[in-house]
Design a protein around this ligand. Structure first.
Ligand SMILES: Nc1ncnc2c1ncn2[C@@H]1O[C@H](COP(=O)(O)OP(=O)(O)OP(=O)(O)O)[C@@H](O)[C@H]1O
Length: 248
C-alpha cells in the first residue's frame, strides 16, 4: 500500500499540485485520472522520487520515502518497477538487453540467472524468442510489452505506469491494460497507472483518484464512478460520444 499525504508541487510561480492525499492499495490497479495538464504525471514522479515535492509525505507500506535514511530509500527504489511514457527503451540495445538492464545495474546475478529471468519475463508478456530483436524492429504494442517485462524484471512490489496506452489502437490498449492488471494480481503488487483513457478507467480501475487542476476531487472504484454525482467527474467521464451513448 502507498499513502500520499498533502503533496504540493510548484514550478516557479505555477502551482501544479495543490495538496493531494490518497491511498493506493496492494493487489489492485490504482489509477490516477484527469484531463491533460492536470498534474497526473507530476504526481507520479513525486511518488517515485523523480520530482521532489515541495511539501507532503509518501509512505510505502508505512516507510516514509522522503524522511527515511538512505538505506531505506535505496530499498524502496529497488522495489519499484516503472513503465515510462512511450516505453523509453534503449534504441541501441536489443530487447533482451533492455529487459536485462535493471539486473545488470542492481544485482549480482550470474549471466545464466539473468538469462533465465529475462526469458521468464519476456514469456510472461507474450514475447518469447524476440530477445535478439532491436526496438526499431518491433511494433508499438510489443515495445510496451518489453517495457512491462523490464518493469517487472526485479520482481517489484510497486509498479508505476505512465500512460501505458499512449499511441496504441483501442484493441492493443485493452490487451496491455489487461496484462498490467493480471501481473498486478499475480504478484500482489501495488500498481499505480496514470491515464486519461476511459476504457482503462472502466476496464481496470480497481481504485481511482480523479484530479482536477492539481486537486483530488474524487476517489473510488470503477463500479462507483458512473453513479457519482460529482459534476466535474461526470463532465470528464461523459466527454466522449461513446460514454454519452452508454449513459442513455
Ligand atoms: N519540469 C517541469 N517544469 C515546469 N513545468 C512542468 C514540469 N513538469 C510539468 N510541468 C507542468 O505541470 C503541469 C502538469 O503536467 P503533467 O505532465 O503532470 O500533466 P498531466 O496531467 O500528466 O497531463 P497529460 O495527460 O497531458 O500528460 C503542466 O502545466 C506542465 O507544463
Amino acid at each position: 500500500m502507498i499513502e500520499i499525504q498533502n503533496i504540493k508541487k510548484s514550478f516557479e510561480d505555477k502551482e501544479v499540485l495543490k495538496g493531494i492525499s490518497g491511498t493506493f492499495y496492494k493487489g489492485k490497479t490504482n489509477l490516477i485520472i484527469g484531463s491533460s495538464g492536470t498534474g497526473k504525471s507530476v504526481l507520479l514522479k513525486c511518488i517515485v522520487g523523480l520530482v521532489q515535492p515541495d511539501e507532503g509525505e509518501v509512505l510505502f507500506d508505512n516507510r516514509n520515502f522522503y524522511h527515511s535514511d538512505l538505506d531505506t530509500k535505496i530499498d524502496i527504489r529497488r522495489e519499484i518497477g516503472m513503465l515510462f511514457q512511450g516505453s523509453a527503451l534503449f534504441d541501441s540495445k536489443t530487447v533482451g538487453e533492455n529487459v536485462r538492464f535493471p539486473l545488470d545495474m542492481m544485482t549480482k546475478m550470474s549471466t545464466a540467472e539473468k538469462r533465465d529471468r529475462v526469458d521468464f519475463c519476456l514469456e510472461r508478456v507474450g514475447l518469447t524468442g524476440v530477445n535478439q530483436k532491436m526496438p526499431s524492429e518491433i511494433s508499438g504494442g510489443m515495445k510496451k510489452r518489453v517495457g512491462i517485462a523490464r518493469a517487472i524484471v526485479m520482481n517489484p512490489d510497486y509498479l508505476f505506469c505512465d500512460e501505458p496506452n499512449s499511441g496504441l489502437d483501442p484493441q492493443t490498449s485493452i490487451t496491455i491494460d489487461e496484462l498490467i492488471q493480471e501481473i498486478t494480481y499475480e504478484n500482489n503488487m501495488t500498481a499505480v497507472v496514470v491515464t486519461h483513457d476511459m476504457n482503462s478507467v472502466m476496464g481496470i480501475g480497481d481504485h481511482i483518484l480523479f484530479l482536477v487542476k492539481g486537486l483530488k476531487v474524487w476517489e473510488g472504484s470503477n463500479n462507483e464512478i458512473l453513479d457519482s454525482d460529482n459534476a466535474q467527474l461526470k463532465e470528464f467521464i461523459f466527454a466522449s460520444k461513446m460514454m454519452q451513448a452508454l449513459k442513455r
